[in-house]
Design a protein around this ligand. Structure first.
Ligand SMILES: [Zn+2]
Length: 184
């Protein structure tokens, strides 16, 4: 992907938000820097609408993404990420909603079961209704054909939400700036 025109060169220099594996925003990097991190597989594209992660070969347009995630990087130590409220914290985080069927959920499920090596960290726990929890049993969502309705919220989910808000504001600001440039 060699930049052939001046325009392309310029757009490769625009700024991308880089987040660590806990979705903690770390810094802004140039698109060129981001692409380099992607092709060397140190980073993945993070879609800010769906929070899905994509590898570099899955992206269609190198100018489309605006956030990358470094799965191997952790900006804040795990000990500081603990929610401190145990299972109650998980239920609060998931708003007492079963992450498998969207009904009211008052139990906590290990996504990867402990029997299969799953941990009790917030990134492996979701709220579930009793029926789904029992139906899933000691299986992963894949084994039980019970996919999660949404990605598991990061441990620092309040920060995560703030970040979502920030990025939306950031996009609006950038769109406004582009509109200004294009309006004579
Ligand atoms: Zn359920």
């Amino acid at each position: 992907m060699e930049p052939s025109t001046k325009v392309k060169k310029k757009t490769l220099g625009d700024l991308i938000i880089a987040v660590d594996r806990n979705f903690f925003p770390m810094m802004e990097v140039s698109r060129r820097h981001a692409l380099k991190a992607l092709v060397t597989e140190r980073a993945e594209v993070l879609c800010l609408k769906t929070w899905n992660r994509k590898a570099w070969y899955e992206i269609e347009d190198v100018h489309e993404f605006s956030c990358i995630l470094y799965p191997g990087v952790q900006a804040v130590k795990d000990t500081k990420l603990k929610m401190g409220k145990g299972f109650r914290g998980i239920l609060e985080r998931d708003e007492h909603t079963c992450q498998y069927c969207n009904k009211r959920g008052n139990t906590v499920d290990h996504v990867v079961p402990r029997a299969q090596g799953g941990t009790s960290s917030p990134t492996n726990l979701v709220a579930a209704c009793l029926a789904c929890n029992q139906k899933k049993g000691n299986r992963t969502p894949e084994q039980a054909s019970m996919p999660l309705l949404r990605p598991i919220r990061a441990a620092r989910w309040r920060l995560f939400e703030k970040f979502t808000h920030l990025t939306v504001t950031y996009h609006e600001k950038r769109e406004a700036e582009y509109a200004k440039i294009q309006t004579p």
